[in-house]
Design a binder for this molecule. Sequence first.
Ligand code: ADP
Ligand code: MG
Length: 336
Amino acid sequence: MSGSSQRETTQLAASVLSAAAFGLMSAGCGLERANGIAMGTTYSIQADCPKSLPHVRVDAELARIDALMSTYDRDSELSRFNRGATGVALPVSPELVDVVGAAFVVSEQTRGAFDATVAPLVALWGFGADAAPGAPGDKEVAQALRSVDYRRIAHNREPPTLEKLRPATLDLSGIAKGFAVDRLAGLLDDARCPAYLIEFGGEIKARASAPGGGPWRVGVESPSGPDYAKTLLLGTDALATSGDYRQYRETDGVRVSHVIDPRTGYPVRHHLASVTVVTDTAMMADAYATAMLVMGEVEARRFAGEMDLAALFIVRANGGFEMFHSQAMVPYLERG
Ligand code: ADP
Ligand code: MG
């Protein structure tokens, strides 16, 4: 650990990376709005609902998910699992198993670029609920890296349990917000709202089937400023952005990203500034966006092509930014 000054730069909430969501639906359509704070970040909802927007149920649902998956809440199911013994199958909620299962699928698909057992590294690099102070040495990184491997954990659906096969710690921050957005979408579907746009900490789920309704317009933030780098058009789609410029800290003037490469143990440092993914569920979009940020430009562009994933990449180049997108992103790009 260096004795030099260390600044927490933007650990604050609201990674509203892609939230300039608006447009659509002719004026006077009577969209209701709801805003709030949950899980250390903000949410905003615009919805056209036959009755009123179920505000109370939205807050209750987010609180419920937090109580399952938060690492800041020491009593959450996830925290209890993390503290628990190795070799014991702990009964947990089916939803926790679903999210862990989805995280592990993405780990396999990305050959470990996304790995929810990255927790010890996240803490070591100064992020999350158990953030260590200062920058770690190579030995500490190597030591922490030894317990990072999603195959150390077994998950079972019937009955729902999680088991550490070998010591490991889970951090679902790279996927849980997306899951929460999908759950809120489920609430609005149940309330028969024909159109809505939900944004929670930069993850988005939209639905649009109202008569006269066009697509939602969602701005993808430019890493350099308040303007939008690109506008995407969403119908019934989900979107997530992962960027290296919102949440990071600075140590000795070096920017340390909160996204860590579980294959090396070090925070990502390359020219890829952000990745935006559009797919069916916010949960998968969230995980893929994080995974591709880890991969870096070359590997991520290849991955998006192979997986036929709609992805938009903003890359630092020559003091500015360049944008690239995969073939599958084409239908979502606003023309002009
Ligand atoms: P944001 O919270 O800004 O939307 P992400 O969805 O990209 O960002 O998630 C980043 C968080 O996920 C980190 O703060 C950390 O807790 C966790 N994380 C970091 N690196 C990885 C990784 N390689 N795989 C899975 N989770 C990660
Ligand atoms: Mg993510």
